[in-house]
Design a binder for this molecule. Structure first.
Ligand code: F6R
Length: 618
């Protein structure tokens, strides 16, 4: 889950690689490094800390920036603590070969021992240094070109990787390869230059032509030549599939906001419209989703739907369960991908699996998909990143059109995933005759109002800020919700934990009395969703129970509420909507609240400690 970037061509490589690292920092940021080749020598600069720390080291040393070839890395540690030595790039024993690596070499210990017995001495604790020495050993023994050596070495490796390898004795090429971790290659005009990166953001201003390597592929990149792509195991040449990128630089920059998370929270009205545009024909009472339409019988004949995902996407999956069961009356189970893949689940060809992932690269979700496919299930993906591994691995799918989500804490991914799941639920409900045309039309009309309602809701920012100031020093918080709002309570707690490092738990409101109620005292803030349509009276009783134990209540209520207002310490009003659409609104104040608390506590909102945007390790 690290970020890789590289350049080979006619321009100065340093600014391209350095800017690329900044754009990829969301993938990991505990250390970083850059290799420059000045035409004669390799120069490595590496440091623990952020990319800005690396930049500070290189800034005043001109010689560290010279050359038209460079590779860089921003790390999220797996093997070896984050320190200067374990930072990438890593060099081979001879010092000739250099590698940057995203992934994990699982059999690194065996390989390391083998290499030590052959005289190799290791400087770092990383699996990556093992890999580059293995490549060197193979190259020496086989007397072959770098591309071949990389290929043969990778055939001895168990694990996941996206790598870029450079050899200073043959400095006109870079070899890249992938298994399980993403890598894209940007192609300059007439092959005059090439860009390498974990996603296309580092090179978007230079070229719109890119190749996304598939698993088990290796590419030989040489200036002035077409890229040669080979299958690593089968050793056959494959045609490189050059894609036209649609992403714009504007889309990946902060657009005037202090950080990406705030920008992404504010982008939700547009992101939701982009997600349902062309799919929801409200006036005609039609939902058009080719991924579902083309496989409608799979869904209609399914024994059940199993939703697999991790983190925030899993929370969206829970909303999906409530939606699909409520509207389409098809049984749904929601599973953590990481548990599903290892617990020997019963899956048959009559199951439909829906995999949800913003990044489309989450290792556990990807592995769970492969397991479900191997048992014959039909797998449908809901991803945000176009062309991502999960989008390619699934039989069919629907993209959320949220645009790039850079802030590590997911916001617009969550609401757009719920939007897609709502469309799926409605589509299946109408195909099964569970919803009448007029009900469907009315529901869709209401859904069309959601973006405007979110816009209104975003204006309560100052009020949320005041509440944040009151509770920012809390040590523990509870989030409660029922029905459709229960997953929102889980998501609210996750948002607070992730970026403020305040302990928070989400619970179904009625479960509180089975344990968590013991935690309640006058120091405990409890965030309760008490909207008018979701078991309102029951939630009011839960609030009374809290109040009589002196807990502090911050309630999310529907506009015009009077009952909860009398008991709660603070209320946040949301516009009225359908019960099943409430999560799209109730989640917004929680996003803003965790954002403001994190800012007040001086935390790095976009890059919280220990986390990474795309979790490509299990
Ligand atoms: C939470 C968050 C994570 C991700 C999880 C799954 O804000 O970002 O919990 O939701 O790692 O990631 P994707 O959706 O990319 O599979």
């Amino acid at each position: 889950m690290c970020g890789i970037t590289g350049y080979i061509g006619y321009r100065d490589a340093y600014p391209i690689v350095m800017n690329g690292l900044k754009r990829l920092e969301y993938r990991g940021y505990d250390s970083s490094g850059i290799m420059m080749f000045d035409g004669k020598n390799i120069l490595l600069s590496k440091t623990k800390g952020k990319v800005s720390d690396l930049e500070a080291i290189t800034e005043n040393e001109k010689e560290r920036k010279v050359g038209q070839i460079g590779i860089g890395h921003t790390r999220w540690a797996t093997h070896g603590v984050p320190n200067d030595i374990n930072s990438h790039p890593h060099t081979s024993q001879s010092g000739n070969l250099v590698v940057v690596h995203n992934g994990i070499i699982e059999n690194y210990d065996t390989l390391r021992k083998e290499l030590i017995s052959r005289g190799y001495v290791f400087k770092s604790d990383t699996d990556t240094e093992v890999l580059i020495n293995l490549i060197e050993e193979v190259k020496k023994n086989e007397q072959c070109m770098l591309g071949k050596a990389v290929q043969l070495a990778l055939n001895n490796v168990i694990g996941a990787y996206a790598i870029a390898v450079f050899d200073q004795t043959k400095p006109d090429e870079i070899i890249v390869a992938r298994l399980g971790s993403p890598i894209a290659i940007g192609i300059g005009k007439e092959n005059s230059e090439f860009f390498i990166a974990s996603d296309a953001s580092p090179f978007i201003e230079y070229t719109k032509n890119a190749i996304y390597l598939e698993d088990e592929e290796l590419a030989i990149i040489k200036v002035g030549r077409d890229i040669k792509v080979r299958k690593i195991k089968d050793d056959i040449r494959v045609d490189a599939n050059i894609q036209k990128l649609k992403l714009s630089l504007d889309q990946i920059e902060k657009g005037g906001y202090d950080n990406f998370m705030l920008k992404e929270i504010h982008e939700q009205p547009k992101a939701i419209i982009d997600t349902y545009r062309g799919r929801m024909l409200a006036d005609q009472g039609i939902i058009r989703m080719s991924g579902i339409d083309d496989h409608i019988n799979k869904f209609l004949n399914a024994d059940r739907i199993i939703i697999i995902a991790c983190g925030t996407s899993w929370h969206a999956g829970l909303v999906g369960e409530y939606l699909i069961e409520d509207k389409a009356r098809i049984p749904v189970e929601v599973e953590y991908a990481s548990e599903f893949r290892y617990r020997n689940p019963v899956i048959t060809s009559r199951d439909v699996v829906i995999a949800i992932s913003q990044s489309g690269e989450t290792a556990d979700t990807l592995a769970a998909i492969k397991l479900a496919k191997s048992k014959g299930a039909f797998v449908f993906g809901i991803c945000n990143v176009v062309g991502s591994s999960i989008a390619r691995e699934t039989h069919a799918g629907a993209y959320t059109h949220a645009g790039p989500e850079i802030g590590v804490a997911s916001t617009k991914a969550f609401t757009t995933q719920i939007t897609v799941l709502t469309l799926i639920a409605l589509k299946l409900a109408s195909k099964k005759g569970e919803i009448s045309k007029s009900e469907l039309r009315a529901f869709m009309q209401e859904m069309k109002l959601i973006p405007k309602k979110i816009e209104t809701l975003l204006k309560i920012d100052d009020k949320v800020k005041e509440i944040a100031a009151v509770y920012k020093d809390a040590k523990n918080c509870l989030y409660l919700g029922r029905g459709f709002n229960f997953p929102v309570a889980l998501e609210g707690a996750l948002k607070l934990k992730e970026i403020s490092y305040i302990h928070a738990e989400g619970y179904p409101a009625a479960e509180m009395k089975h344990g968590p109620i013991a935690l309640i005292d006058e120091n405990m803030p409890i965030f309760v969703i008490a909207t008018n349509k979701g078991h309102y009276e029951k939630v009011v009783s839960n609030i009374q129970e809290i109040k009589s134990r002196s807990g502090k209540i911050i309630a999310i209520v529907t506009e015009g509420d009077t009952q909860v207002k009398e008991i709660a310490d603070h209320v946040i009003e949301i516009p009225e909507t359908e019960e099943a659409l409430a999560p799209l609104l109730t989640t917004i104040p929680f996003q803003l609240l965790s954002y403001h608390i994190a800012v007040m506590l001086n935390k790095n909102v976009d890059q919280p400690r220990n986390l990474a945007k795309s979790v490509t390790v299990e």
